[in-house]
Design a protein around this ligand. Structure first.
Ligand code: EPZ
Length: 431
């Protein structure tokens, strides 16, 4: 029942430090089970999904030692089960990465059908196709809501992904690093977190070529050593603060980023009228905006295209940009649920299939709004930050799955935001 109370209108000004990438750390934490030696992982974001992944590791028998707020040491030498507990896996979609890594370590893995953000059908057929290609047995039906994959031995093979899939690429990599011989993943995902996983696995002794291109070649090895590794900065967290800076007419130094990962976001913010300056030496990007926003069109695409995980945040900017803008979602079926919230704040948006059409309005007005998922939640925060009046953002648990200290970071930039306890009013919507 905690919510965010946000009074809009303050331009964000100052410096924000970006945390480690959620979508890189989750596969890397799953990959730790491939070794029997201690791994030290640095720059871990302090977010709910990471805590769930660490709980899964502990439930499997790993010993976890916190070195500081962003560093953990994990000893996976005494794992005693290949079963990911249902109570943990159902909360986080990325728990299915343990299917690939436990299959690699033990030749058997069991987990429940993944939970996580809900924006339409989220099949895992490509993951299973990859496991089968490596010689694993994958039943056609679930057993009590659980999937079990097993193999006497994994053998390298070619796998063509019919659709670019981050999750399937990760899962196939996690199993293939332990398979005998060569695996070739064609039409692989190229996201920065795929490269980060490949770098982590290579630091453990894996033989991986081509990560970051659409053909990844993996030659299986038997032995994985312990390693120390620092997670890359979160591209989407950075993009979210960049969008917030623009929405509020602010001036923010977004620090601790890899500017190359942000190019597609930078390009769209500039098209909208923002000034974006890359400070390569400082690993930082400075984003400011003084004038009115200009309309532009955005299409989400796999990396290096514009990320779907920035789609709701840029929608807030398109709502305020003069003229007509088109926003096309090419990855997910149902990622426009948040539009109804923006409409209640005065945005003029029509959704037609996979495209949302925006007629820019001069301002948004505060309203009670809710997060439908993680990135939609981030968009609600941005909308509230630039709206006139006080908004209450509900269902913030989605936001806190992926954004470390979002309230504190925004406060340090001058935002009027606080976490408040607001009792639910069960009959508030009754007619
Ligand atoms: C990852 O999800 C991210 N999650 C998502 O970010 C992100 O939106 C997505 O990649 C796309 O970039 C994590 O990294 C933990 P996909 P994932 O497999 O791996 C279809 C966030 O906000 N598909 O690349 O689940 C699928 O339906 C989260 O941080 C199949 O058809 O996405 C979709 O249309 C939300 N069969 C497309 O591929 C499959 O077996 C891309 O999905 C797998 C996927």
């Amino acid at each position: 029942m905690e919510k965010y109370r946000i009074r809009g209108g303050n331009p964000l000004v100052g410096t924000v430090d970006i945390s480690g990438a959620k979508n890189a750390v989750l596969p890397i934490l799953a990959a730790v089970v491939l070794t029997e030696e201690v791994c030290c992982i640095e720059n871990i974001p302090n977010i709910v999904d990471v805590r769930t992944a660490l709980d899964i590791l502990e439930a499997l028998g790993a010993e976890i030692r916190s070195i500081d707020a962003h560093t953990v040491e994990i000893d996976p030498s005494r794992l005693h089960t290949h079963v990911v507990p249902h109570d943990l896996s159902r909360h986080m979609r990325a728990s299915y990465y343990f299917l690939g890594s436990l299959l690699g370590r033990f030749g058997i893995a069991r987990s429940s059908m993944p939970g996580g953000c809900n924006f339409g059908v989220r099949p895992i057929d490509l993951h299973l196709k990859g496991f089968r290609a490596l010689g694993a047995t994958v039943p056609d039906t679930l057993d009590n809501g659980m999937i079990e994959v097993s193999a006497e031995k994994l053998t390298g093979n070619s796998v063509y992904l019919d659709q670019v899939s981050v999750g399937a690429t990760v899962n196939i990599m996690l199993a293939a690093v332990r398979a005998r011989g060569l695996t070739v993943i064609e039409n692989a995902a190229k996201e920065p977190h795929i490269v980060d996983l490949a770098n982590f696995l290579s630091s453990m002794g894996a033989d991986i070529r081509g990560a970051g291109t659409d053909v990844i070649k993996i030659r299986g090895v038997d032995y994985f050593r312990g390693t120390s590794y620092s997670i890359i900065p979160d591209q989407i967290e950075a993009g979210t603060y960049m969008a917030a800076a623009v929405a509020t007419g602010g001036d923010v130094l977004v620090r601790g980023v890899i500017p190359k990962h942000l190019e597609s976001i930078t390009a769209k913010l500039e098209e909208l009228g923002a000034t974006v300056e890359e400070l390569e030496d400082d690993d930082a990007i400075r984003v400011s905006c003084t004038g009115p926003l200009r309309h532009c069109n955005v299409k989400t695409m796999p990396h290096p295209g514009f990320p779907t995980d920035m789609q709701p945040q840029i929608a807030v900017l398109l709502s305020l940009a003069s003229g007509t803008s088109f926003l096309t979602e090419n990855i997910w079926d149902n990622r426009f649920k948040y539009v109804a919230e923006l409409q209640r704040m005065g945005a003029d948006i029509q959704v037609n299939g996979h495209t949302a059409i925006f007629q820019g309005v001069s301002h948004l007005t505060a309203a009670p709004i809710k997060s439908h998922d993680l990135r939609a939640g981030a968009a609600m925060v941005i909308a509230a930050l630039c709206a006139q009046g006080v908004s209450i953002v509900d269902d913030i648990q989605y936001i806190e799955r992926g954004y470390e200290n979002i309230v504190e970071k925004l406060q340090s930039l001058g935002a009027d935001i606080e976490r408040v306890y607001v009792p639910d009013q069960p009959f508030a919507n009754a007619q």
